[in-house]
Each structure stands twice: as structure tokens, then as C-alpha cells.
Ligand binder design. Structure first.
Ligand SMILES: Cc1cc2nc3c(=O)[nH]c(=O)nc-3n(C[C@H](O)[C@H](O)[C@H](O)COP(=O)(O)OP(=O)(O)OC[C@H]3O[C@@H](n4cnc5c(N)ncnc54)[C@H](O)[C@@H]3O)c2cc1C
Length: 284
């Protein structure tokens, strides 16, 4: 069943506590959290499908993902990711592990498998690259260190301002040290083996920039995120939006598709509604 009503067919007459623009995972998560706090939320999505980069399309009987194809940690019961999805979907969404191998890097016809679990990954890489054991150990040590540094960095961002003023320099120091180096620069400080660097950074498509242009922080966060393997939503990526939508609707909220917002209307310092792109009077 499709998520959301079409704004072209069903004009909005109701009023809402909050309007969320965009039904990607960010918008839907925000809307669901607010709904669970008792707010009546309206989600406006300009596309004809809800879900943003989690939506799918069909061609010749096959379903195609347009974005999300694997997520880390959600298949392990006690991680933040799995807890968050259980909370957002009220346990409606199930995950299927991708098994022992979650990525395959192919260079000139040679395949390098990324095995689930840090130790399995370490041993597999050492088997592919004899003589590089020390570089591989150090790489994995830094991945774990970056994850801790990132945790501290994110926490300082939400501290009350007086604490932030005192603590942010110290809490951001390690993060900035890694973030200011490119992935290539950092890895070349561990090894000269260009093939090993190519394999370790083979997931760069997940964050979009090649090793010479990306921050090592991003490489480390993504590589660390998947070290325990990947999972796929049972029933396909569209299940993400389908399993969050009822949580929003249970509090009287709605998701509208074909509903492009042109402007946020502000009175004084308060957002009071939105002006739709097609000129149909504002939604408030
Ligand atoms: C090809 C690809 C593959 C990916 N693979 C993975 C993966 O395997 N695993 C993973 O974890 N991540 C993956 N990602 C990243 C992940 O999909 C995105 O980071 C995430 O889905 C972004 O969610 P979002 O809510 O921030 O934005 P979006 O999904 O972009 O949602 C924003 C929504 O807002 C709507 N919108 C914008 N402006 C307006 C407006 N004015 N009025 C109304 N609606 C509006 C848009 O139409 C859109 O639906 C992938 C991304 C891409 C592009």
C-alpha cells in the first residue's frame, strides 16, 4: 500500500501542531518522534512517493532501490541504530542480515571480501595482504578511536552553551585532528601499499568522495559503522516509510505526497505555516 495522500486529490483542511517538510528518513523520524510525544504532525513531500532516498520504483515486475541498500548495526539488538528503529516503527520493521560478507571490492578482476565482525575483517585483510599486518591493525585501531572522538564531538554540540564554551575545544580536538586529514593522506601515513589503500577505501561510494578528496573522519565513520556487517529491511527499502507512517497517523498526523512547499511563513520569530508551490493557500 502506498504511503500518504496525494495533495492534488485531497486538499488539506485540518490544522496541525507541527509541519515537517520532506518525507526522507530524517523528516519521517522527526515526525514520528513528535507524534510519540503527542503532537499532531503534517508531513509534506513534493515527490509522488514518500520516503526520500528510501523509496523504491518498479520496472518490469522488479523492485529497484533508489538509495539505501544496506545499513549497519540495525540487526544487532543493543545498538543505538536498532533501538532507534524499534522506537520509530514500534517494532514493525524487521532486518535481514547480509550474512558473512557485506561488501566485495573488485580491482582488475580480483575480489576482496569485507567480512562481518572486526576480527574476521582483520584476519581476511591480513590474508590478502601479507606483510601489511601492522598497517591493518593500526587502521582498525584508528577506526575505533575515531568513533569515540566522534561521540565526544557530537555530545559537545548539544551541551548547554556555558558548558560548551568551556568544553568544546577539548571535546572536539581528536575529531578535528582526523577530520582535517584526507583519507588518502591518513592511509599513506600507515602504508605505502596502494592496493591495500584502494581496498580499505573501496566503500567510498557510500559517502561520495574519493580518498584524495574525503575527510578521513568520514571514511572511518562509514567503515566503522559496517564493521559488524550490514542488514537490509525485510520486504525492501520502502518498508522503512511504511513502518513509520502508522506511528505518525496514530496521533492524527498525515503524510501528503505531491505537496511541494515553496516558503515557510514566519510571524515575528515564529514559524506559523507554509506556502505551497502550486499557490494553493497556505497550510497552517
Ligand atoms: C544512491 C544512494 C545510495 C545510498 N545507499 C545507502 C545505504 O546503502 N545505506 C545508508 O545508510 N545510506 C545510504 N544512502 C544515504 C541515505 O539514503 C541518505 O543519507 C538518507 O536517506 C537521507 O535522508 P534525508 O531524510 O536526510 O533526505 P532525503 O531522503 O533526500 O529526503 C528529503 C525529502 O525532502 C523532500 N523535499 C525537499 N524539498 C521539499 C519541498 N520544498 N517540499 C516538499 N518536500 C521536499 C524530497 O523530495 C525528499 O523526499 C544512499 C544515498 C544514495 C543517494
Amino acid at each position: 500500500m502506498k504511503v500518504g495522500y496525494s495533495y492534488k486529490r485531497y486538499p488539506i483542511h485540518d490544522s496541525y501542531d507541527t509541519i515537517v517538510i520532506g518525507s526522507g528518513i530524517g523528516g519521517l523520524s522527526t515526525a514520528a518522534i513528535m507524534a510519540k510525544e503527542g503532537y499532531k504532525v503534517l508531513v509534506l513531500e513534493r515527490h509522488y512517493e514518500a520516503g526520500g532516498y528510501t523509496h523504491v520504483f518498479k520496472r518490469q515486475g522488479y523492485e529497484w532501490d533508489i538509495g539505501v541498500h544496506y545499513i549497519g548495526q540495525v540487526h544487532q539488538p543493543f545498538t543505538t541504530g536498532s533501538r532507534l528503529f524499534r522506537y520509530l516503527t514500534e517494532d514493525r520493521l524487521k532486518w535481514a542480515s547480509m550474512g558473512d560478507v557485506y561488501d566485495r571490492i573488485i580491482i582488475n578482476g580480483e575480489e576482496y571480501q569485507f567480512k562481518s565482525g572486526e576480527e574476521a575483517f582483520r584476519q581476511q585483510m591480513k590474508a590478502y595482504f601479507p606483510g601489511e599486518e601492522d598497517a591493518i591493525d593500526r587502521y582498525l585501531w584508528h577506526i575505533q578511536h575515531v568513533r569515540k572522538a566522534n561521540g565526544k564531538y557530537q555530545v559537545q554540540k548539544v551541551l548547554p552553551s556555558f558548558l560548551r564554551m568551556i568544553l568544546s575545544g577539548w571535546m572536539s580536538k581528536d575529531y578535528m585532528k582526523y577530520a582535517r586529514q584526507s583519507t588518502r593522506q591518513f592511509l599513506e601515513s600507515l602504508t605505502n601499499n596502494q592496493k591495500l589503500i584502494a581496498v580499505l577505501t573501496g566503500q567510498y561510494g557510500d559517502y561520495g568522495l574519493p580518498p584524495s578528496a574525503s575527510s578521513f573522519m568520514m571514511q572511518a565513520i562509514v567503515a566503522g559503522h559496517y564493521l559488524q556487517g550490514g542488514a537490509y529491511p525485510v520486504g525492501g527499502a520502502s518498508q522503512i516509510a511504511k513502518s513509520i507512517a502508522p506511528v505518525i497517523e496514530e496521533q492524527g498526523g498525515q503524510i501528503y505526497i505531491n505537496a511541494e512547499v515553496d516558503q515557510i511563513l514566519v510571524k515575528g520569530k515564529k514559524a506559523t505555516g507554509v506556502q505551497m508551490k502550486d499557490g494553493i493557500p497556505e497550510v497552517s
